[in-house]
Design a binder for this molecule. Structure first.
Ligand code: IMP
Length: 430
């Protein structure tokens, strides 16, 4: 399985960072394919914490090439800050390559993100305010500025002049301040100077790596339920976090993907607005949030917490063609006498076993639960399947049978070592 895609199987924040780091150490190329600095991956190596928003965590390994793929939207300032911060902590980083076709995020995207959210009032999406939606809007409207243009001084100046004129009209219309062309140009032209050496035809790089049998890891950001098409529209991000996004956002076809690993928490969380059938608005929800430190890496916002939703997980298994699951944060659930898992929904008096695509329907469903026995004790020292309490193993088997996806590994703590391998062959051996 030389090519693997890692996807979030829920609403993002599934603790993918650790897996990406472990697998990244075995990869030749680690490629991000969607989103921008709305993502947040925390990786702890040797007690040192690294936070990534744009750069694939694989860059921590000197032999790895970390690629920002064509499906991404890239904030130049954020990219440079992140690179400099990481380099200070770890001078021997891997190589960085940024797709010529990735779109550039400018300050007007961030301002428009905030203004659009304001205008939506109660229906706001609860975005990360990083300008992600407006940058993808420009891409779909065919007025976005791509990295390849950004790093060519004459082209950039021309394109920015043309786009800013239009954006300033839009900003004024929505009650914002127009931006000064020269100031914006000069600041961003300086970033472009530094970024230019990294900008490349990354599609070719990825295609050649795949063709020569190299190990390529496609690092998903956000989660499947935040996908523009497969998620809870309109409460989604503006890109394609699902495995199909790895094709669209890096220049490969579906047959180039050998395995798709879905990462899910042993419970469910979501940030921002939108339906969440198993949300716990009681003390159990607060207990999970506190015990699991469920606060956003990018925004610091408290995450909404709830029981494991297997209807969502099976949806994810199908839209991504999952070949394996990695279950994270099992340790957080220790101490609960009983655990509920959602196995179907009730909608208008009828039982349904799928995620309705209409948001107003998903908002109206009532979860139907199975109650499973909980477990006690600290799981962080468990290293083998048999070390886990019997009821925890039963919980995992239930999840596996319901989704028909084999569990590849279980994470019982933030550190690299705090992992229980189950089927290492699904994860490049471990
Ligand atoms: P945007 O991606 O900033 O436009 O936000 C759209 C929705 O996706 C909001 O509900 C965000 O909270 C959510 N979102 C975006 N990125 C992440 C992430 O990395 N983890 C979890 N939620 C995210």
């Amino acid at each position: 399985m030389p090519t693997l895609v890692i996807v979030g199987a829920q609403w993002g924040d599934e603790a993918k960072g650790k897996l990406v780091d472990v697998l990244g150490s075995k990869a030749d190329l680690v490629v991000r394919y969607s989103g921008g600095n709305n993502a947040g991956h925390t990786v702890i190596v040797g007690g040192q914490e690294f936070r990534f928003h744009l750069i694939p965590a694989g860059i921590l390994h000197p032999a790895v090439t970390a690629v920002l793929g064509s499906g991404m939207v890239v904030c130049p300032k954020g990219l440079l800050e992140e690179y400099d911060r990481t380099r200070e902590l770890r001078p021997d980083l891997g190589r960085l390559a940024v797709s010529k076709a990735a779109h550039v995020v400018f300050p007007y995207h961030r301002t428009l993100d905030a203004l659009e959210e304001q205008a939506k009032g109660d229906n706001k999406v609860g975005t990360t305010s990083r300008g992600i939606g407006p940058a993808y809007q420009d891409k779909a409207s065919r007025i976005g500025i791509r990295m390849g243009e950004f790093v060519e001084p004459r082209v950039f100046r021309e394109r920015l002049r043309e786009v800013l004129e239009y954006k300033n009209r839009l900003l004024s219309l929505l009650g914002g301040e127009p931006m000064d062309f020269e100031a914006l140009h000069d600041e961003y032209a300086a970033y472009a100077e530094r970024i230019r050496p990294w900008v490349a035809e990354t599609d070719v790089l990825v295609q050649e790596a795949v063709a020569s049998g190299k190990r390529v890891l496609f690092e998903g950001a956000q989660g499947s339920m935040l996908d523009l098409d497969c998620g809870t529209y309109p409460f989604v991000t503006s890109s394609h976090p699902v495995a199909g996004g790895a094709c669209l956002g890096t220049g490969i076809g579906p047959r180039a993907i050998d395995g798709v690993v879905g990462v899910c928490k042993a419970y469910t969380t979501r940030v921002g607005s939108g339906p969440f059938p198993t949300e716990l608005l009681d003390e159990t929800g607060d207990w999970i949030r506190t015990k699991g430190h469920e606060f956003g890496t990018t925004t610091g916002r408290g995450r909404r917490c709830g029981w494991l939703d297997l209807v969502v997980l099976r949806h994810s298994a199908r839209v991504n063609s999952l070949t394996g699951l990695v279950v994270t944060r099992l340790d957080v659930l220790s101490g609960l006498e009983r655990l509920l898992v959602c196995t179907s929904y009730r909608l208008d008096g009828e039982q349904i076993v799928h995620v309705p695509s209409n948001t107003f329907e998903l908002a109206a469903v009532e979860p139907v639960y199975e109650s499973l026995p909980g477990w006690d004790g600290d799981l962080r020292s468990c290293r083998r399947w048999d070390d886990l309490p019997r009821t925890a193993r039963d919980y995992l088997r239930f999840l596996e049978e319901f989704t028909s996806v084999p569990i590849a590994a279980v994470s019982v703590g933030p550190d690299r070592e705090e992992t229980v391998p189950v089927r290492p062959e699904l994860l490049w051996g471990g």
